[in-house]
Design a protein around this ligand. Sequence first.
Ligand code: GDP
Ligand code: MN
Length: 387
Amino acid sequence: MEIHEYQAKELLRQKGVVCPPFFVAHSVEEVEKLIRQHNLTDCVVKVQIHAGGRGKAGGVKRAKSPEEILAIAKELFGKKIINEQTGPAGLTATTLMLTSPVAIVRECYLASAIDRGSASCLLLASKAGGVDVERAKEGGGMLREKISISTPLTAAQFDRIAAFLGFEGTLRDECRTMLTGIREAFFTLDATLVEINPLAVTEDGHLIAIDAKVTIDDDALFRHPDLAALEDPTQRPPVEYQAKKKGLAYVKLDGTIACMVNGAGLAMATIDLITEKGGEAANFLDVGGVSSPERITDAFDLLFTNNGSKVYFINIFGSNVSCAVIAEAIKKAIMKRGDHTTFVIRLEGYGREEARLILKRSGFRIIFVDTFDEGAEKAASLAKGAL
Ligand code: GDP
Ligand code: MN
């Protein structure tokens, strides 16, 4: 799960990571109020979106008077930021951060991440940071130190990182505090990424986190209800957000065959097989292992809002719930929809025969298939108008 920069900074601060002071606003009125209350004159205004590269995309702006702050806030609220990280649809800022400008003399990079290749957690440091991280990664190279949840950072690790970044004296001590904080945050928050870019050396010789990114492991959210509550629905496509709220895993795709499947593996295999048969899936939808009738109804509501779909391919393996129960839910949904000529259904496993009877007796002109292969084939043909 992604969170905003301001949320990441609040969490990192609690672990001792030093960040410039900031305020958060959700409307122009709130910005006006902050300017009045705190006599703001000089600040950096930053859009809060779930993507980086904001600086280059015009989402980070320096203001030098209350009027400028207000003018920039008016421009940035609702502004759509589009770059490689946001995807072609872009992301719109509904939250702004107003932060104290920092006089920077050097920009570096510090992060903690999971490295699947070596099956370990790492601290990463680079001498070069800021908006051109890619170049930075090539340039000075990236120092990688393995870290573990059970052992704190060693003195040797602190020394290696500080020396690599060229920090001595105060900077060296402050770097140690930063690294300890990043490691702490990474493990206690169940993060998959904690990134500070840039980590700035200030004109007066201190270290400060100018930007922060924290990604939380979705599979660990159940033990962090406080973090789960940080979710900002404005940063997700509405339909995906609706799906998530209902506990369904849904991703919209560009094809014409809407799929409803239980199990992520089966869902992916379904998309692959449809593609092999010359069709195109309209979505990935995993209704999960425990497919209650309510979940099937929710899932249909979701699929019916996806207007590009011509065919509905239901590929469900009944295990916890009988196929008959699923068939009843399907029947209800089809009745609600009216048109019943666009459904290809495969219900396999427990209660299969009863399910077939239920759908047969309904009188709908649906295609009930026996095998996965046949289902994908029929769905693809139906989408092409060849059935
Ligand atoms: P990003 O583009 O989304 O990664 O947003 P950042 O928060 O990293 O801001 C982009 C760039 O703006 C940073 O890499 C800095 O170079 C610059 N920047 C942001 N805040 C300040 C500041 O307070 N002072 C200075 N001098 N530069 C800043
Ligand atoms: Mn940044």
